[in-house]
Design a protein around this ligand. Structure first.
Ligand code: GAP
Length: 435
């Protein structure tokens, strides 16, 4: 059943323009995806809501946008060159590659062939800068946005007059040459991260780490994820990344099982100490009040954009028996803040003057919210089309509108319709859509 839902959702994503396989006309490129007209809106809404929650709502958190390609020493200092590896085995017969720690048998799961010995495979994508392809010009596509924040620690501190505790947040692309990928957009090679690096006094690190775990879990619940489908899961010592003292994941109950959508780590002073060592720069903090000098510890809530997006879609996806009892109907019960389209406007039929009034309403509302104008098909079909993409409100101009200057507004979740004066529409929508 869960697999069926996943399959139907993936097909909806393609059919309605949320997500496409990249370069599809050439047969696609495995583990890379493109976001269509609705997907791009959903992604932008997630990023906007994250930024509001993590930057705008805090006086002590600021933003940053750093380069994807960084000085190669960054990755030496961060430990990624040496340690950001997965154990790789290859089938000697079919040459498929697998993560050794995910295999349950010592034969190829695809063809039963013998496997090579496991070797460490670095997940960073390498490229070359300049005109020569030698080791001196090697650079890496960043595997996490976090390092851009650490190398700018001093710049931000000196220019923003922030005092500890303070945070620097960033949203941007990250790349990982994952050995195994799959489950649609869950494990991909190019993705976006939303990361906060929160610099704290070591004395308070554990307490602040606890606080961020709760805050991050609640963010998803507040945005509509069902409490039963989301949890915090603490890493055991052997699951911790090389830099972390403690870490908890926010996990979502996907059709393929409980899986991480965000990690909240206590990175200690690992990063700043390493970058101090490799750059010979003093990356310590001098407390202006106590005179105390220390390398701040870092608490890091780190989420992707795509995994939460998939979780929001799956959680919102509902199939219901159609009103006529025949074909099933899909409603995407996304939180209104996430919905790609907020308002759809229809003339009851494709005739003047209903079209003219509906277009005027569309033109009036479009600067405030993402709106769609639709005049094709029966009104029932148009409602279904909007339900399927999660549009919270549909407005219909009918023949009564010519006499009473009113329209009907239909609510996606209750399916109730109210009659509202056209001149009051904006105000009413503002009350329902602006948060
Ligand atoms: N700076 C810490 C860090 O990068 P991570 O647990 O490796 O930690 C954080 O990644 C988040 O980035 C994950 O929780 C996930 O949402 C996202 N992410 C990581 N690898 C991904 C992949 N291959 N595909 C999609 N999202 C990924």
């Amino acid at each position: 059943m869960a697999e069926k839902i996943q399959e139907n959702l993936i097909s909806l994503c393609k059919r309605r323009g949320f997500i496409f396989q990249t370069s599809e006309i050439y047969g696609g490129l495995q583990s890379f995806y493109d976001y269509g007209p609705l997907g791009v809106e959903l992604k932008r809404n997630i990023k906007k809501l994250w930024w509001k929650e993590m930057v705008q709502n805090h006086k002590e958190i600021v933003g940053l946008d750093s380069s994807i390609l960084m000085h190669p020493k960054t990755w030496q200092a961060s430990g990624h060159l040496e340690g950001f590896t997965d154990p790789l085995v290859e089938c000697k017969r079919c040459h498929k590659r697998f993560k050794a720690d995910e295999l349950t048998k010592d034969r190829c799961p695809e063809c039963g062939g013998a496997l090579t010995n496991s070797k460490d495979f670095n997940l960073m994508f390498k490229t070359f800068m300049g005109s020569t392809e030698d080791s001196a010009s090697e650079v890496y596509l960043r595997p996490e946005t976090a390092q851009g924040i650490f190398v700018n620690f001093k710049n931000v501190l000196q220019t923003s007059r922030l005092k500890i505790p303070f945070g620097v947040a960033q949203i941007g692309k990250a790349f990982r040459n994952e050995i195994t990928s799959g489950n649609f957009i869950f494990r991909i090679k190019e993705f976006e991260q939303m990361e906060l690096e929160y610099f704290v006094n070591p004395k308070n690190a554990s307490k602040i780490h606890e606080k961020w775990q709760k805050k991050r879990l609640n963010w998803y619940i507040d945005l509509g994820i069902n409490k039963e489908n989301i949890r915090l899961k603490k890493h055991s010592k052997d699951q911790l990344a090389h830099y972390a003292k403690a870490c908890s994941d926010v996990e979502y109950n996907f059709p393929f099982g409980w899986s991480e959508i965000e990690g909240i780590a206590n990175r200690q002073d690992f990063d700043l100490t390493q970058h101090s060592k490799f750059s010979h720069q003093d990356l310590v903090y001098l407390d202006p009040e106590t005179g105390e000098k220390f390398a701040p510890h870092i608490i890091e809530p780190s989420a992707g954009v795509e995994r939460p997006l998939l979780a929001f879609l799956i959680d919102a996806y509902e199939e219901m028996a159609g009103e006529t009892g025949k074909k099933k109907e899909v409603v995407l019960r996304l939180d209104k803040r996430l919905s790609p389209i907020k308002v759809a406007i229809f003339p009851l039929i494709k005739k003047e003057p209903l079209q003219k009034i509906a277009k005027e309403i569309f033109n009036d509302l479009k600067s405030a919210w993402m709106c769609q104008y639709d005049e094709t098909g029966s009104i029932g079909k148009r409602y279904r089309r909007q339900d399927e993409i999660g549009t919270p409100y549909c407005i219909t101009v009918d023949f009564d509108s010519l006499d009473d200057d009113s329209v009907t507004i239909r609510d996606r979740d209750t399916r109730e319709q109210e009659r509202i004066k056209i001149k009051e529409l904006k105000l009413i929508l503002r009350q329902r859509l602006d948060f």
